[in-house]
Write a protein that binds this ligand. Structure first.
Ligand code: ZN
Length: 392
């Protein structure tokens, strides 16, 4: 049995409101088996590797709750990018994942790819063919002919929704992603309207739930969000135009909201190239005007929220900083990227430093609860108890 004992200065465990000071973490076969003080482990016998991080802080690896693998938003026309043949898109994905991994992201929830490349890459990482974060994959996005995000796969009517849902589940999807309203980065798609009927969204939810999975829905506002709430999806993704009444309903329904700020506000996002299209430019300007205010309502309402880079690879720390700019404490912003993120993803093996979870940690010089800049200087990344030496 492979055992390691890590001595730490301070642990943010992803859940508690305070750091744990001067604790040791015992890792057995890549899993956390015990957290205690040095004395608790005094009598431990047998072969064990001691790792001295007694001057460092440990936090759970970050979880990006909304991203894609193959897209680089800065290049523009994200839909066209996903139409590229699978082999080239896998190579693009690998260079993207490397940036995410290096930035401290150890789990990524992927929100739709063509050709099941997310499933293939996830499997390759699990098999140890390449290094990388843990992936939670959606497989193909479920999208109507006239929907935002329609790439190659189309599902119109409940039966086609069922078919794509089942194809995804058959190949190992962890969740389903449905595109309900328009998006900012595609022209001629309204951010409030819904391309799907209640019946179609419910079909996706029913297929997912009977398989023990859930649906995450791309929806910005209006009837789109209303239908998602009624249909019972687990999370509303983006929610740029969300209303106060909808936030209230979401709280009552115990749903999640995923805030994706960098793609909208950073000039390397939709503002890099897509903005040359007049309609996208108008939507982006409008989105930027209202998003902060609406998301501020989300984070102060008591609603459950998490964050995602939406393909702004390597920018997870900026998503955390954005929450802090909205007035969220360092503690709550870090929870949204760790413990709560694991909850949102319904993946209880990560995000929290406690017995039974994967030993996926970031090692920092400074206390991130005091200074979030500590995340800009990640000293080491530990995956399943091993120091990551190569990022791919
Ligand atoms: Zn997305």
């Amino acid at each position: 049995m492979m055992r390691k004992l890590i001595k730490t200065k301070g642990i943010f465990d992803g859940k508690r409101d305070k750091l744990l000071y001067n604790k040791c973490i015992l890792i057995e076969n890549g899993l956390i088996s015990c957290i205690g003080s040095q004395e608790d482990f005094g009598s431990i016998t047998g072969e064990i590797e001691n790792i001295d991080l007694s001057n460092e802080y440990i936090i759970p690896g970050l979880i990006d709750c909304h991203t894609h693998l193959s897209i680089v938003p800065e290049l523009g026309n994200q839909i066209e990018q996903m139409r590229i043949p699978a082999p080239r898109n896998i190579l693009r994905s690998i260079s993207n994942i490397k940036k995410d991994f290096r930035s401290g992201v150890t789990t990524m929830r992927i929100m739709g790819e063509e050709n099941f490349i997310d499933i293939e890459i996830k499997n390759a990482i699990q098999e140890g063919i390449i290094n990388g974060p843990r992936l939670l994959a959606a497989g193909k996005g479920i999208v109507a002919s006239n929907g935002h995000g329609v790439v190659l796969t189309v599902a119109d009517g409940p039966e086609e929704v069922r078919k794509v849902a089942r194809q995804n589940l058959a190949i190992g999807a962890d969740h389903l992603k449905i595109f309900v309203t328009g998006g900012i980065s595609t022209a001629s798609r309204n951010l409030n309207n819904s391309t799907y009927t209640l019946e179609e969204i419910k079909m996706a939810v029913s297929e997912a739930e009977r398989a023990g999975k859930y649906v995450a829905a791309h929806a910005h506002g209006g009837i789109g969000i209303d239908l998602c709430i009624e249909a019972g999806v687990r999370s509303i993704e983006h929610a740029v135009l969300i209303s106060e009444e909808q936030i209230e309903k979401i709280i009552k329904s115990n749903m999640w909201i995923t805030i994706t700020s960098t793609i909208i506000f950073d000039d390397k996002g939709v503002g890099a190239k897509d903005i040359t299209n007049e309609e996208i430019r108008r939507k982006l300007i409008y989105g930027r005007q209202v998003a902060k205010n609406n998301w501020k309502k989300v984070v102060t309402s008591g609603a459950k929220y998490v964050i995602g880079t939406d393909s702004m690879h390597g920018r997870m720390v900026d998503e955390i900083k954005f929450l802090i700019d909205l007035g969220v404490s360092n503690l709550d912003a870090l929870k949204a990227a760790t413990g709560k993120a694991a909850d949102a993803c319904n993946f209880d093996r990560v995000g929290v430093i406690e017995k039974g979870k994967y030993a996926d940690f970031l090692v920092l010089d400074d206390n991130p609860l005091e200074s979030i800049e500590a995340l800009e200087n990640i000293k080491h990344i530990i995956m399943s108890g091993n120091f990551v030496e190569e990022y791919i």
